[in-house]
Design a protein around this ligand. Structure first.
Ligand code: MRU
Length: 309
């Protein structure tokens, strides 16, 4: 099952806000529909929003829109993952936007399988691996980056167990990563975010593998909470890996210059339709944080495992 597909000049996306209860494809007829789907996180995860953005560019071209203007709107849908501007620029500089978007769609799956193969080498038989957020098939076109590493290790016959952090506030770990691991029949447990340090202190986690929204000079931006997991991993000598394709690399800039998306207060105040804090509560809701390079054991890419820079 693919996270998205292109048919009759329209983009169909699994509506990830409905998972795990319902698997429903949401139809985007215009590039503005895609922007809305990215903003409301019907589609999310750095590689997935990149490929959706590429198809949004193709739609803008078909509709005869001003391509530079559409490109800027699409790039600004979410600020932190570099894949958005990477994809938009690539389509903008191509001869045929549809063909380029389709090429990128196919490449995504091949890239993730290469990341999986490279990353599986650091996963040992018997490991329990903790992951944060969802860097799985649902965050890409298919297969996934961090969860791709776990898929590949499992497919190689390694007996692994996975712990998914729930990943408040939107619970991508609980809703999406657990769902994916269950589908693959990889043994999985769910833990609240604040249990990660305790589990490592007890020796219950052998490795951490997470994805990335941007890899730049000095570190990696990833889902809020990644920094605390990395700090705990350092303290308890648990190897901490980031799995990311080259499309997530921004080698010119410092990671500390990257804009960290701030999202709506209601994401924190409500769980589903239930309010969990007093009305009018003020909120901090940064969607990402920065993992400094010295906390990262290695970055698993489609070309091999590199040291953070
Ligand atoms: O806010 P989200 O759900 O888009 O955040 C996703 C993440 O932080 C992922 O870890 C990252 O995009 C890598 S996905 C392969």
């Amino acid at each position: 099952m693919k996270t998205m597909y292109w048919k009759d000049n329209k983009l169909f996306l699994i509506d990830q806000t409905r998972l795990p209860d319902e698997v429903i494809y949401y139809e985007c007829k215009t590039y503005k529909d895609v922007i809305d789907a990215i903003k409301t996180m019907k589609v999310r995860g750095a590689p997935a929003i990149g490929i959706a953005a590429a198809f949004a560019m193709a739609m803008a071209e078909i509709a005869g829109e001003d391509m530079e203007k559409s490109a800027n709107e699409i790039k600004n849908a979410r600020p932190t993952a570099v894949n958005l501007s990477w994809a938009v620029e690539r389509v903008l500089n191509s001869k045929s936007p549809i063909e380029e978007a389709l090429r990128m769609y196919d490449e995504d799956v091949r890239t993730n399988m290469a990341i999986g193969k490279n990353g599986a080498a650091v996963i040992d038989d018997g490991d329990t691996v903790l992951t944060h957020c969802n860097a799985g098939a649902l965050a890409c076109v298919d297969y996934g980056t961090a969860l791709g590493v776990l898929r590949a290790a499992h497919d190689e016959g390694k007996n692994i167990k996975v712990i998914c952090d729930e990943t408040r506030p939107l619970c991508q770990g609980a809703r999406l990563s657990v769902f994916e691991m269950q589908q693959e029949e990889i043994p999985v447990k769910l833990a609240v975010d604040s249990a990660a340090g305790h589990l490592m202190q007890k020796g219950m986690v052998n490795k951490v593998v997470v994805g990335a929204d941007r890899v730049a000079k000095g570190g990696v931006a990833n889902k809020i909470g990644s920094l605390m997991v990395a700090l705990a991993a350092k303290r308890f000598n648990v190897p901490f890996y980031v799995a990311a394709p080259e499309s997530t690399f921004d080698i010119e800039n410092s990671i500390y210059d990257v804009e960290i998306e701030e999202r709506d207060a209601d994401e924190v105040i409500y769980i589903g339709n239930t309010r969990i804090a007093p009305e009018g509560t003020e909120v901090e809701n940064p969607a990402f944080d920065i993992i400094p390079s010295d906390l990262i054991t290695g970055i698993i890419t489609e070309k091999g495992i590199i040291k953070p820079f």
